[in-house]
Design a protein around this ligand. Structure first.
Ligand code: UD1
Ligand code: UDP
Length: 355
C-alpha cells in the first residue's frame, strides 16, 4: 500500500485538490491522508464541505493579517510533527501558495518525495505575482514529480533542467472542479439585459493604490452605463476596508461575502465577463467561454491570452475604465479546453498509482 499525503491550505488549492483527493480515495492501492494547513479558514472549510473532504490533520495556522514569515514558520513547525506521525511515501502539494511552499520545504528537509500539482506556470518576474512566482519555482526545485496542466508549462520546466520523464501533462484539475460544482448548480444569476460584470480582487501587490484606482474606474462606469457589478469581497481585512470605503452605497455595485463555489461558478457562467486578478478565475472563465479582464502586469496563464479569453490591463484608473468599456461592447469568446477537459484528476491518480 502506497501512503500519499495531500497538503493544502487556501481556497484555490482546496478547489483544485479536492477532485484529485476524491479520485485517489477510489484507488485500492493508495492510503490517502489529508492535511490542511488552515492558512485560510472559512473559505477553505466551505470548499471542503462541497466536496465532502474531511481532513485527517489541521494545522490551524490562520491569524488575522499575519506576515508571510510568521505563516511560513508556523506551517513548517507544525507540519514537521505530522510528517513524523504519517511517514508518507509521497506528499502532494498544489500551485504557489505559502502552504504549498512550506509543506514542500518540510518534505525536502526530511527527504520525502513531493508531487507538485499545477507545476510549471511562470511569469519569470519574481515579484509578480508576489510571493507566488517564487513559491512555485521553489517547489519545482524540490519536487520529484511535476503535474503540468499544459504543454507550455512542461516546456518551462524542461528549459529549467527538469527531467522530461518526471513531468506529466494532465490538464488543470480546476476544470474537474468546475464540472462537479456546476452539476450541483442551484441559482440562476442571468439578468434580462445580460449586463452583469463579476469582480474579484485580492492579490497582495494590488492592495492599496492599485485597488483604489480600479474601484474608482468601476464607480465611473456604473454612473455612465446601465450595468451592474457583483463583487464577492475576499476576507482579507485590508481588502474589505478598501472595498467598503470606495464601492459601498451604489445600488449597481453589489458587495457580498465570498460566494460558495457552486454559486460563484454559476455567476461566472451567467455574467457578461469578469474583471479579476485571480489565477483560478482566469482558467475558469476560459473554460466557460467568458472573457476575463485581468488586472495584473503579468500572467502565468498565457494560453488564455493566445486564444483571446484573457486580456491584461494595468491598474491605472483611466486604463481600467477604457478597457472595461471595450469589454462591454465586444463579442464574447468561445469556451475552450486549453486548461483541461475535466479529467486531470483521473490522469494524475493513474500516474501516482504507477510511480
Ligand atoms: C493566499 C495566497 C494566494 C492566493 C490566495 C487565494 C499566499 C502567499 N497567498 O493569499 O496565492 O491567491 O490565498 O485567496 O499563499 N482571511 C480570513 N479568512 C479566511 C481567509 C483569509 O479572515 O478564510 C484573512 C486573514 O486575515 C488573513 C488574510 O485574509 O491573514 C490574508 O490571507 P493569506 O492567506 O495570508 O493571503 P491571501 O492574500 O488570502
Ligand atoms: N471563488 C469562490 N468564491 C468567491 C470567489 C472565488 O468560490 O467568492 C473561487 C473561484 O471559483 C476560483 C477560486 O476561488 O476557483 C479562486 O480563488 P482566489 O481568486 O482566491 O485565488 P487564486 O486563484 O488567485 O490563487
Amino acid at each position: 500500500m502506497k501512503k500519499v499525503m495531500a497538503v493544502f491550505g487556501t481556497r484555490p488549492e482546496a478547489i483544485k485538490m479536492c477532485p484529485l483527493i476524491n479520485e485517489l480515495k477510489t484507488r485500492s492501492g493508495i492510503e490517502l491522508v489529508v492535511c490542511v494547513t488552515g492558512q485560510h479558514r472559512k473559505i477553505l472549510d466551505d470548499v471542503l464541505k462541497i466536496f465532502g473532504v474531511v481532513p485527517d490533520y489541521d494545522l490551524d495556522s490562520m491569524k488575522d493579517n499575519q506576515s508571510l514569515s510568521s505563516l511560513t514558520s508556523t506551517i513548517l513547525e507544525r507540519i514537521d510533527k505530522v510528517l513524523d506521525i504519517v511517514l508518507p511515501d509521497l506528499v502532494l502539494v498544489h500551485g504557489d501558495t505559502t502552504s504549498a511552499y512550506s509543506a514542500a520545504l518540510a518534505c525536502f528537509y526530511k527527504q520525502i518525495p513531493v508531487g507538485h500539482v499545477e507545476a510549471g506556470l511562470r511569469t519569470y518576474n519574481i515579484t509578480s505575482p508576489f510571493p507566488e512566482e517564487f513559491n512555485r519555482r521553489g517547489i519545482s526545485i524540490i519536487a520529484a514529480y511535476h503535474f503540468a496542466p499544459t504543454e507550455c508549462n512542461r516546456d518551462f520546466l524542461i528549459k529549467e533542467g527538469i527531467r522530461g520523464d518526471k513531468i506529466f501533462v494532465t490538464g488543470n484539475t480546476v476544470v474537474d472542479a468546475l464540472k462537479y460544482s456546476l452539476s450541483k448548480r442551484k441559482k440562476d444569476f442571468a439578468t434580462e439585459d445580460g449586463k452583469t460584470v463579476l469582480l474579484t480582487m485580492h492579490r497582495r501587490e494590488n492592495i492599496g493604490e492599485p485597488m483604489i484606482s480600479v474601484f474608482k474606474a468601476i464607480r465611473r462606469i456604473v454612473n455612465e452605463r446601465k450595468i451592474k457589478f457583483i463583487y464577492p469581497v475576499h476576507p482579507n481585512p485590508a481588502i474589505k476596508k478598501l472595498a467598503f470605503d470606495y464601492l459601498n452605497g451604489d445600488e449597481n455595485i453589489i458587495l457580498t461575502e465570498p460566494l460558495n463555489l457552486t454559486d460563484f461558478h454559476s455567476l461566472l457562467a451567467d455574467c457578461s465577463f469578469v474583471v479579476t486578478d485571480s489565477g483560478g478565475v482566469q482558467e475558469e472563465a476560459t473554460a466557460l467561454g467568458k472573457r476575463a479582464l485581468v488586472i495584473r502586469d503579468h500572467t502565468e496563464r498565457t494560453e488564455g491570452i493566445d486564444i483571446g479569453s484573457i486580456s491584461l490591463t494595468s491598474c491605472k484608473e483611466e486604463t481600467v475604465y477604457h478597457n472595461i468599456k471595450l469589454f462591454l461592447d465586444e463579442t464574447p469568446c468561445k469556451a475552450s479546453s486549453v486548461y483541461g477537459e475535466g479529467n486531470a484528476s483521473i490522469k494524475i491518480a493513474d500516474i501516482i498509482e504507477k510511480i
